[in-house]
Design a protein around this ligand. Structure first.
Ligand code: GLU
Ligand code: MG
Length: 467
């Protein structure tokens, strides 16, 4: 469980002593520096680093960083809102000691996600990690709900010594093919060792559809920890690959055509230790609340896309018949519907049953994505939204009439379309608060403007090595 308390100047109770002890322990392990990590609105990971001996100071007083990154674009240019994007001001980055971990793939370094607070000691309204913590806290207070979540991570791995910008897959052979596992044998084994050393419980790691594409899935945790973990898994995957002379891309679409990299979210709601997605009287064992939660996510899915698929490259991935889930529909184990109800196997359903949200990629800030999906689901519970009929198979086959009758819509096909949906969505905007909601809109519109006039191949190339 992640601590739900905001950082405070001087340190949370007990944190300073704890930081002194942790720093000493890390130093004994040969750790020289600590990476303080967060994800900006555009979905780009940003860091500051400190010497290990400064940890207690960082836990007490934070580390300075400009708030301007809240409106950075993926190409490092800056847009503005009425309160963000100015060169003025400063924030304090506070490491979460619960998540501090020595980086096995980067000897000499440790890593911790941060919360950002103002110099006045208040929560920064643009901090996405604080936003997610608030949503989780609120769900517990108002609905007695807790969550388990996990983010799947897909990536393409390429040879490292090729001309700048080019992509030469480091593994070929058929999709899910045995040859690929052999080709990357040492790298994958090192990755498993690094993740295990960092207490990341891996469910599976496997070759994905396209040449050079792999996926790792990990155990579920509380949503903040799950978002932290998805950042850590990517940091580790990149670092291990680099030590093997390889480079990785988590971009939504490495190429304009073909299968992209997803970052599917898995989420289950729990009350008093019971999984609401199993053992209920609704469809596939869902309780009434789990059905309404699913219905809420479904209803907000077009607007959510602005948060879960935030890059112009996201819309190269979001195409039918590529398992990216581009329709407002749900079904049991459906891979073409936006929402896949996962029941798990008989005998394990109480632990395993969950909801998978598919139109999510790894350009998405995982804190914003999880927070907004949960807010959408809670809206479904609060308004007792009815879950429509399930679908089976590929919704792309429905004619216009059947799709309309079933309420099945194609999700936005471009970032501006997604922003238009998002702007109309009062529930998501209210959950985010005006500062973050405006940042999302401004950054998405800036991102769309940055690629105006580029063809699909150029859009893919522009973001190929950003994420
Ligand atoms: N690569 C697919 C995507 O972009 C997902 C494949 C899968 O279902 O694992 O979402
Ligand atoms: Mg996959």
């Amino acid at each position: 469980m992640t601590t739900l308390a905001d950082p405070v100047p001087g340190g949370r109770p007990g944190d300073v002593q704890r930081a002194i002890e942790l720093a000493a322990q890390l130093a004994r392990q040969g750790v020289r520096g600590i990476v303080l990590a967060y994800v900006d609105t555009a979905g780009v990971g940003r860091v500051k680093t400190i010497p290990t001996g400064r940890l207690a100071d960082a836990a007490s007083w934070g580390v300075g960083m400009s708030p301007v990154f809240d409106t950075f674009l993926a190409n490092d240019s800056i847009v503005t809102t009425d309160v963000l994007g100015s060169p003025d001001g400063d924030l304090r980055l506070y490491p979460d000691l619960d998540r501090l971990v020595a980086l096995s793939g980067q000897p000499g370094w440790a890593w911790a996600p941060v919360d950002r607070i103002t110099q006045e000691g208040e929560a920064h309204p643009g901090c996405s990690r604080t936003f997610l913590r608030r949503i989780v806290e609120d769900a517990e207070e108002r609905h007695g709900l807790t969550f388990k979540a996990a983010v799947e991570v897909e990536w393409y791995v390429a040879l490292g010594d090729v001309p700048d910008g080019e992509f030469v897959p480091a593994a070929r052979g058929p999709a899910y093919g045995a040859t690929r596992q052999v080709e990357l044998s040492d790298c994958l084994a090192d990755l498993l060792a690094a993740l295990a050393a960092q207490d990341v419980d891996v469910d599976q790691i496997h070759p994905e559809y396209s040449a050079g594409q792999f996926e790792v899935s990990v155990g579920a945790q509380d949503p903040v920890a799950a978002a932290d973990r998805s950042v850590l898994v990517r940091q580790t995957t990149r670092a291990v690959a680099q030590r093997h002379g390889l480079q990785v891309s988590f971009a939504p679409a490495v190429f304009a055509e073909g299968v992209g990299n997803g970052g599917h979210l898995h989420l289950s709601c729990w009350r008093k230790g019971l999984n609401l997605h199993a053992g209920g009287k609704g469809r596939y064992g869902m309780t009434g609340d789990a059905e309404s939660f699913t219905a809420g996510v479904l209803a907000h899915l077009p607007a959510l896309t602005a948060v879960t698929a935030p890059s112009p490259a996201s819309y190269l991935r979001l195409k039918p018949s590529q398992w990216a889930g581009v329709f407002t529909a749900w079904g049991r184990e459906t891979r073409e519907a936006g929402l896949r109800v996962v029941t798990g196997t008989v005998g394990r359903r109480e632990q395993d049953a969950n909801l998978e949200v598919k139109p999510v990629d790894l350009a998405a800030n995982p804190y914003l994505a999880l927070g907004c999906v949960i807010a959408a689901g809670l809206d479904g519970i609060a308004s007792a939204t009815a879950l429509p009929e399930e679908i089976t198979g590929d919704p792309a086959r429905f004619g216009a009439e059947e799709a309309a009758a079933r309420g099945v819509r194609r999700l936005p096909t471009s970032l501006p379309e997604a922003v238009a949906e998002f702007r109309e969505d009062e529930v998501l905007r209210a959950a985010l608060g005006p500062v973050l909601a405006d940042a999302v809109t401004a950054v998405r519109l800036g991102e769309a403007a940055a690629v105006e006039g580029l063809d699909d191949a150029r859009v893919a190339a522009a973001y190929r090595w950003t994420y």
